[in-house]
Design a protein. Structure first.
Ligand SMILES: *Cc1c(COP(=O)(O)O)cnc(C)c1O
Length: 381
């Protein structure tokens, strides 16, 4: 029987502990495992916790289930997951397409780490399939790297359309699904080869752990990624895996509330005299609205907007907010506000990924919506 998302989030990979009946997987704070005779591994085949650890295995199975994949792998951070994936599938000389408003850390990984290692990349507007087709280098483009919605401008890309282009060229389609979360969007079902997460964000959901994940539906690719995970070593530790698993159980209910509250925030912003533009895929005038409506369950909890009066005015709004915590990151239960130009995207200044100076980004939390709206009203006054 195909179980629903919330059932999988609560139960997949999380059978009661066979020895004690503990209903959640314990934190296996252990590095090595007793063997019954040389090579005589016990149930699960555990031998050393870089290769596998039962708490991490529980998280990895749950992640695979909620993304509709067959193999999930948990990492020490989102960027560790990205690096492992890219070094598993790319060779010096390969070429990659990335969003022209990619997450800053992803851009830096390509520009400063993989570039010198011999992997070239081009930023392209992924919402424009013709531009993507034109930017593909037949024979050398190995990966099309997708974020949708993007950070911080909430641009939307057509995952199924991009999968078609990638596969026609023998490239892999990788989707960073951090902003949507597996509850709102299932890229593997739309043709993606690998899903990437910063589980630090919505999956963990409580701003208390840094982590990353890869999920694929391909057994071969899953084996290759697992091999690299072990060979490179950037694994999630057992306590981090446990926290992330705990967060994942409530992802569905949290996302519904994030979306409810974000929709109310958008209603407030679009009619506010000090706001000149609102970025939210749920708005009918958003250029990616139709694609988002097709591939997302709802439109998410991230909202960005531009403030009349330029950079100083935007910085002022961030400084005046009280319930909204001024801080980087996103996807936690608490509302966060930030100025991308000076904070998360400061490193993109002067690059093709520079963001407008009057932009403010919100990660709308799950607090009482009236309190959220009152705080924003005050911050904008
Ligand atoms: C935060 C983030 C990452 C990086 O993840 P870390 O857990 O911080 O290493 C990657 N992609 C997106 C979209 C993010 O928001």
């Amino acid at each position: 029987m195909n179980q629903g998302f919330e059932t999988l989030a609560v139960h997949a990979g999380q059978e009661a502990d066979p020895h004690t009946g503990a209903v959640v997987p314990p934190i296996y704070a252990v590095s090595t495992y007793k063997q019954d005779g040389v090579g005589g591994l016990r149930a699960g085949g555990y031998e050393y916790s870089r290769s596998a650890n039962p708490t991490r295995t529980a998280l990895e199975e749950a992640l695979a289930a909620v993304e509709g994949g067959t193999r999930g792998l948990a990492f020490a951070s989102g960027l560790a997951a990205e690096d492992t994936l890219l070094r598993a599938v790319c060779r010096p000389g390969d070429h990659v397409l990335i969003p022209d408003d990619a997450y800053g850390g992803t851009y830096r990984l390509f520009a400063r780490v993989l570039g010198p290692w011999g992997v070239s990349f081009d930023p392209v507007p992924l919402g424009d399939l013709d531009a993507v087709r034109a930017a593909v280098r037949s024979g050398s483009t190995r990966v099309i790297w997708v974020e949708t919605p993007t950070n911080p401008l909430l641009n939307v890309a057509d995952i199924a359309g991009l999968a078609q282009i990638a596969h026609d060229e023998g490239a892999l389609l990788v989707v960073d699904n951090t902003f949507a979360s597996p509850y709102l969007q299932q890229p593997l079902a739309l043709g993606a080869d690998v899903v990437v997460h910063s589980t630090t964000k919505y999956v963990g959901g409580h701003s208390d752990v840094v982590g990353g994940a890869l999920v694929t539906g391909s057994a071969d690719l899953g084996e290759r990624l697992a091999y690299h995970q072990n060979a490179m070593g950037p694994v999630a530790g057992p306590f981090d895996a446990w926290l992330t698993l705990r967060g994942l159980k409530t992802l569905g209910v949290r996302m519904e509330r994030h979306c409810d509250n974000a929709e109310r925030v958008v209603d407030l912003l679009v009619s506010h005299p000090r706001v000149t533009q609102v970025f939210y895929p749920g708005l009918p005038e958003h250029p990616g609205h139709e694609v988002a409506a097709k591939q997302m369950r709802r439109f998410g909890g991230m909202v960005s907007f531009r403030v009349a009066g330029g950079e100083e005015a935007a910085v002022e709004v961030c400084a005046r907010a009280r319930l909204f915590t001024l801080g980087e990151s996103l996807g936690g239960v608490e509302s966060l506000i930030e100025h991308p130009g000076r904070m998360t995207h400061a490193s993109a200044a002067g690059s093709p990924l520079e963001v407008p100076a009057d932009l403010v980004r919100l990660s709308v939390g799950i607090e009482t919506v009236d309190d959220i709206l009152a705080d924003l009203t005050e911050a904008l006054s």
